[in-house]
Design a protein around this ligand. Structure first.
Ligand SMILES: [Zn+2]
Length: 90
């Protein structure tokens, strides 16, 4: 398993969860896999949704993937607020 998945960075407004409409088994947060879907290899099959929409019609597995993808993205961001909160004490 030496293959590395590449992504297009995509940032919309609220519909930042990109779901493959072909296999409905892949979801990514603020990015879409390139050149095709890693599961079904469909091209241009991804559409943006809100997490609420995915919770509405997605499978439990898809919802879990969406939440995990968002958390992974958040964890990868540098935390810029932690420094400002220090001097608020006392
Ligand atoms: Zn797919």
């Amino acid at each position: 398993m030496a293959s590395t998945q590449s992504f297009w960075p995509v940032s919309h407004r609220d519909d930042d969860f990109w779901v493959c409409m072909s296999c409905l088994g892949e979801v990514f947060y603020q990015k879409v896999p390139m050149p095709d879907c890693p599961s079904c290899h469909g091209v241009s099959t991804y559409e943006g949704f809100t997490l609420e929409a995915i919770r509405d019609w997605g499978t439990e597995d898809l919802i879990a993937k969406a939440v995990a993808a968002q958390q992974a993205s958040a964890a990868a961001q540098p935390v810029v607020e932690s420094a400002a909160s220090v001097e608020a004490a006392d």
